[in-house]
Design a protein around this ligand. Structure first.
Ligand code: TMP
Length: 210
């Protein structure tokens, strides 16, 4: 049986990594194979594109170049890693996918969502997440947590309400597709968040038992 495709989304500092570990453990406990990956990245060439996208270089990066590089990396990842794994029955958990492009390049940078959907239809017409876990927290909470952890990458240095627009876009996407999205309040303490994440994954596992 084909594996399930789970994506994890949210603005910076909402705790994606720790919750991906929770999901992996829950899926492995059922004796299933799991692959965790990330975007942009997940293949050698896509990781090179990631490095180009996130570094603070001297050359200005037009927003359209950013968008197309992200989808170029996504095409490599979908074709060379994600689709083959899913076809072999492996469950895949991906740290960010096309909803980040909608929230960041769409709402954040200002590209119409219809254009992003067009690229998605081109690059992965037959691949949509079975479950998208949206870790939601106020922008200030995320920024505080992210700030303690590391230096912001080039995209994270965006200003002027970028993350507020991105968060609102995520919540709108979730409202439009309630069957695909699980919205989790990530501003609560870490154990409460982990428990909610675990129960969403358990629900998908139960639905696909046998
Ligand atoms: P990460 O640090 O959470 O792994 O994300 C990498 C950076 O890439 C982060 O700044 C968000 C950005 N990004 C986009 O802007 N659009 C996308 O479609 C993806 C997948 C990531």
């Amino acid at each position: 049986m084909r594996g399930k495709f789970i994506t994890v989304e949210g603005i910076e500092g909402v705790g994606k990594s720790t919750n991906i570990d929770v999901m992996r453990t829950a899926i492995e406990a059922r004796g299933l194979r799991v692959l965790t990956s990330r975007e942009p990245g997940g293949t050698p060439m896509a990781e090179q594109i990631r490095a180009l996208l996130l570094e603070h270089g001297d050359e200005p990066v037009p927003d359209i170049a950013e968008l197309l590089l992200i989808f170029a990396a996504r095409s490599l990842h979908v074709n060379n890693v994600l689709r083959p794994a899913l076809e072999q029955g492996t469950w895949v958990i991906c740290d960010r996918f096309t909803d980040t492009s909608r929230a960041y390049q769409g709402a954040g940078r200002g590209f119409p969502l219809a254009e992003i959907d067009r690229l998605a239809g081109w690059v992965h017409p037959d691949l949509q997440p079975d479950l998208t876990v949206l870790l939601d927290a106020p922008v200030e909470t995320g920024m505080q947590r992210a700030g303690k952890r590391s230096q912001p990458d080039r995209i994270e240095t965006a200003k002027g309400g970028f993350f507020t627009r991105a968060r609102e876009c995520y919540l709108q996407l979730a409202a439009q597709e309630p069957d695909r999205f699980a919205v989790i309040d990530a501003s609560r303490d870490i154990d409460a968040v982990r428990a909610s994440v675990r129960s969403e994954v358990e629900r998908l596992l139960d639905k696909n038992k046998g």
